[in-house]
Design a protein. Structure first.
Length: 131
C-alpha cells in the first residue's frame, strides 16, 4: 500500500486525487492530525530557527510512513526545506503541486480595481536535487 501524507493547508481537488491514484498508485491519503496541522500552518516568524518547532511533525511522519510513500509539501519556505530534506533522508518522495493561474482585472466606476484569480491543478512534481 502506498500512502501520501499531506503537509499543506488545503483540501485536495478531484483532479489531484485522480493523479495521485492513477499516476502514483496511492491507496491511502493521510491528512495531518489537527494539532500537527496547526503547527504546520502557523510557523512563528519570530523564531530564529524552526527545527524544534517542527520536531513533533517530523517524529509523527517518521513513525507513520514507509520508504516510497509520498509527502505533498507546500507551505512556509524554511519549513518546506526542512521537510523535503527530511523526506529525502528517510526514503520518502516529496512532491508539490503545480498550477495554472489566470488573472483578470476590472476597473470599477469608483476608481478601484477588482482582481479575480483562478487556479487550476496541472500536475504534481517531485522535488529534485542536483546530486
Amino acid at each position: 500500500m502506498r500512502q501520501v501524507f499531506l503537509l499543506f493547508s488545503h483540501r485536495l481537488t478531484p483532479q489531484q486525487l485522480d493523479e495521485l491514484k492513477d499516476k502514483y498508485k496511492v491507496d491511502k491519503i493521510v491528512y495531518l492530525p489537527t494539532e500537527l496541522q496547526h503547527i504546520w500552518s502557523n510557523i512563528p516568524p519570530e523564531l530564529p530557527s524552526i527545527k524544534h518547532h517542527l520536531q513533533d511533525l517530523l517524529n509523527w511522519l517518521k513513525q507513520n510512513s514507509s520508504p516510497g510513500d509520498l509527502v505533498l509539501v507546500q507551505g512556509e519556505f524554511g519549513a518546506v526545506f526542512i521537510l523535503v530534506s527530511f523526506c529525502m533522508k528517510e526514503g520518502l518522495v516529496p512532491i508539490y503541486a503545480t498550477t495554472k493561474r489566470e488573472v483578470s482585472e476590472k476597473n470599477l466606476d469608483d476608481g478601484t480595481v477588482q482582481v479575480n484569480r483562478k487556479f487550476s491543478h496541472v500536475r504534481f512534481r517531485e522535488f529534485e536535487t542536483d546530486n
